[in-house]
Design a protein around this ligand. Structure first.
Ligand code: ZN
Length: 345
């Protein structure tokens, strides 16, 4: 970690399909100012990059104040090829296929630009500033359940990239071979079972069978079906809404059991909007872990092999930083000392 230099300023950019968030950050004071802009997808990638860089330079000018600029960190939707910094058919950024995001930003900014997938930015923030710091672990895995399912992995203090920057795509692990179609073209991916989109799709499927009167009543009454409104219905006693969350927890548990068996990390964090329904999905999640992962059942807190593990055993917890994780991660990318060798600019 190199987060203690008070004379250093960094800028973080969270690039999303709906909005752009840009923040000025110092390790000692945190976020000094943040701005949110609409992502002008209809104007094309060059216009969006111009918008981003314009705000980056404005924030720099307002906050540099004798500090040294460590660089600009960017969290982007994937799939992202690294170190080239090029996007490949990003489902949330239509029209950006083949776009060289890193090169286009470097052309406009005279500072180092460090680009990562948004899920990697989120796990970095949880590692440096959230649960990873709190539990003093050096390895962790995070799943973010939003529009899709993102995944970031930190191994012994370093982000795991794989050969082309595309490591950590647990969102596209198959949970059910004949399950719902996923945006990636496969069937039954975790993303097709446990994202916010999947929760809503499951409700729509139940309504169309005519066997979920409570959900049909909700929809016909003008309530927009979202992961959140369905969670509220489940808490108010709707059995069909609850069963969707039980299934979501089950899918997550099946996938996490595999990850725990492979990685044997001390910490797994579940973030994104769907994780706000931890009360609804965690019972079935832990049931699956006990059944499908002997590594988990041996190393859960208090079990035979958990002694001596950082954090007191294998911990599976909801994220601490909430919706801010992606932006915070982008802010700390330039000041994170274990960045990959290719990001040495
Ligand atoms: Zn998929």
């Amino acid at each position: 970690m190199a987060l203690d230099n008070s004379q250093v300023l960094s800028i973080g950019v969270d690039l999303g399909g709906t909005s752009l968030r840009i923040a000025a950050y110092t390790p000692s004071s945190g976020v000094l100012e943040s701005v949110t802009l609409r992502t002008r997808l209809e104007a094309g990638p060059v216009a969006v990059v111009n918008d981003m860089c314009h705000s980056v330079l404005e924030l720099l000018e307002r906050h540099i104040d004798g500090r040294e600029c460590a660089g600009v960190g960017v969290g982007s939707p994937g799939p992202l090829e690294l170190p080239a910094g090029r996007l490949h058919h990003p489902p949330n950024l239509p029209g950006w296929d083949g776009f060289s995001l890193l090169a286009e930003m470097e052309k406009r900014l005279q500072y180092p630009v460090i680009l990562e997938s948004d899920a990697n930015a989120a796990v970095l923030a949880e590692y440096e500033l959230g649960l990873g710091k709190e539990l003093a672990v050096d390895s962790m895995c995070m799943l973010t359940l939003g529009t899709g399912v993102g995944n970031g992995i930190i191994i012994e203090g370093k982000l795991w990239h794989g050969a082309t920057g595309m490591g950590g795509e647990a969102g596209h692990m198959t949970v059910y071979p004949d399950g719902a179609l996923c945006g990636c073209g496969n069937h039954g991916c975790l993303e097709a079972c446990a994202s916010a989109t999947a929760v809503v799709n499951a409700a729509e499927r139940k309504i169309s069978t005519g066997k979920a009167p409570g959900l049909a009543h909700l929809k016909n009454g003008g309530v927009v079906l979202t992961a959140q409104s369905l969670a509220e219905a489940a808490r108010a006693g709707d059995v069909d809404a609850l069963s969707i969350y039980i299934e979501t927890g089950r899918s997550l548990g099946i996938c996490l059991a595999g990850l725990i068996n492979i990685l044997n990390f001390p910490l797994y964090v579940i973030g994104g909007g769907v994780a706000n329904s931890w009360d609804l999905l965690s019972p079935s999640l832990f049931e699956e872990l006990e059944q499908r992962s002997y590594v988990y059942s041996l190393t859960a807190p208090g079990r035979a092999a958990s002694a001596g593990m950082p954090g007191g055993g294998t911990r599976v917890l909801p994220a601490r930083l909430g919706a801010e994780a992606g932006l915070m991660g982008a802010c700390i990318l330039p000041v994170y000392s274990s960045k990959p060798t290719w990001a040495s600019a």
